[in-house]
Design a protein around this ligand. Structure first.
Ligand SMILES: [Zn+2]
Length: 381
């Protein structure tokens, strides 16, 4: 992660870069700030910068990592042998006892690399399948910290230990790492990340240098949404207002809107093809749907089911109770003419049935073709 790829936080970046140039990198630092402010990305960019062998001054005059020396290349993929992460975990189906960060390292790397190093605690819990539990940093991970730091560093100048969401550290386990946090081995850097610093056990917090990461400004969010997520200026402005300085939330909103537009367009296309019974176009359509992956197929059928129900609400003139946007209503108000009491229940049942088959690994192309042909009959009733 390069500093230049992180949204905003110019003053913090300058301060971090300066500390490296002045050779006064504090060995234990606590980056704290709200969700979506870029704490984790900044910590990783900082660690990468410290270890980069070819630091550069790009056109805008701010120093940054080169991104291409051997150390940077490993940092880019999060596989540097001297870069370690500790994060909240819990038992899962895969790890049924003594869970520790190392057991989830693949999920961790994927989650960070897929989301430009931006991750919320909820998204992390989802990524490892513990939505219904609470993740914690437990005593097994504290032992891991001691063990890992007892080895000499492999190749880089600094060995870096990032502890993400350190407020989730079990209070009973904390004493284990107090000593090493206070007097770490030479060339060891602790970067602690927190969203709720007041919940961190005091003996830990007092051993760190505090780095406050403020929430982002609306303009900074807008710029990122336009540049990195192809949002229109209007869409970016609205989203930034809703997201209130939280880039993770802003990206989620943009992606949901995008997803919804996709569902609407796909549904409209499908219903037209079914109604006209255009077999060759229908075939192409089903090929596309088959490539989507089961989660998306299920999601699409779920959406279709909701749209069919909305037709009935329109027919009974109670569309105010339906959840539709403008584009959906524009289509449904005409489409509702072919939905009546007779075919509604059957259509809903057929869609449910298809969903059931998709869940049980039926061939999606056969399932969707069957369903489409049945819908053609029912829509023409
Ligand atoms: Zn480099």
């Amino acid at each position: 992660m390069l500093f230049q790829n992180i949204t905003g936080q110019t003053a913090i970046k300058q301060k971090l870069i300066q500390s490296v140039q002045d050779n006064r990198v504090s060995h234990a630092q606590l980056f704290y700030g709200p969700e979506g402010s870029g704490k984790l990305a900044l910590a990783i960019a900082y660690a990468q910068f410290i270890n980069c062998r070819n630091k550069k001054v790009p056109d805008d005059g701010t120093m940054d990592s080169c991104g291409s020396c051997p150390s940077c290349i490993k940092y880019n993929k999060l596989v540097h042998p001297d870069l370690h992460f500790i994060y909240p975990v819990a038992t899962t189906r895969k790890v049924s006892a003594k869970p520790k960060s190392r057991d989830f390292v693949t999920e961790w790397r994927n989650a960070l690399l897929e989301n430009q190093f931006r991750l919320s605690l909820n998204d992390w819990h989802k990524a490892i399948g513990i939505e219904k539990k609470q993740g914690f940093i437990n005593t097994y991970d504290c032992s891991e910290i001691l063990r890992t730091l007892s080895y000499k560093s492999y190749e880089s100048e600094f060995k870096v230990m990032v502890i993400w969401m350190v407020e989730k550290l079990h209070h009973a386990a904390a004493p284990k790492i107090l000593k090493i946090l206070e007097e770490p081995p030479e060339k060891t850097l602790f970067l602690l990340i927190s969203e709720q610093p007041d919940q961190i056990i005091n003996t830990i917090r007092s051993r760190t240098q505090l780095v406050r990461i403020p929430k982002l400004g609306d303009m900074e969010l807008e710029e990122t949404l336009i540049k990195q997520y192809d949002a229109s200026a209007e869409e970016a402005r609205k989203t930034a207002l809703l997201a209130n300085g939280n880039l993770i939330a802003a990206v989620r909103i943009i992606q949901q809107v995008e997803e919804n537009t996709f569902l609407t367009d796909t549904f409209i296309r499908w219903m037209r093809l079914c109604y006209k019974l255009d077999i060759s176009d229908l075939n192409n359509f089903i090929l596309e749907i088959s490539r989507l992956g089961r989660e998306k197929q299920k999601n699409f059928l779920n959406y279709a089911s909701g749209m069919i129900r909305n037709c009935m609400l329109i027919n009974y003139s109670i569309s105010s109770q339906a959840r539709m946007n403008e584009e959906e209503f524009e289509f449904l108000k005409n489409f509702a003419l072919v939905i009546n009491e007779k075919n509604l229940v059957r259509i809903a049942e057929e869609i449910d049935k298809a969903q059931y088959h998709i869940e049980r690994n039926a061939y999606p192309n056969i399932t969707f073709m069957d369903l489409s042909l049945t819908l053609t009959k029912l829509l023409r009733q």
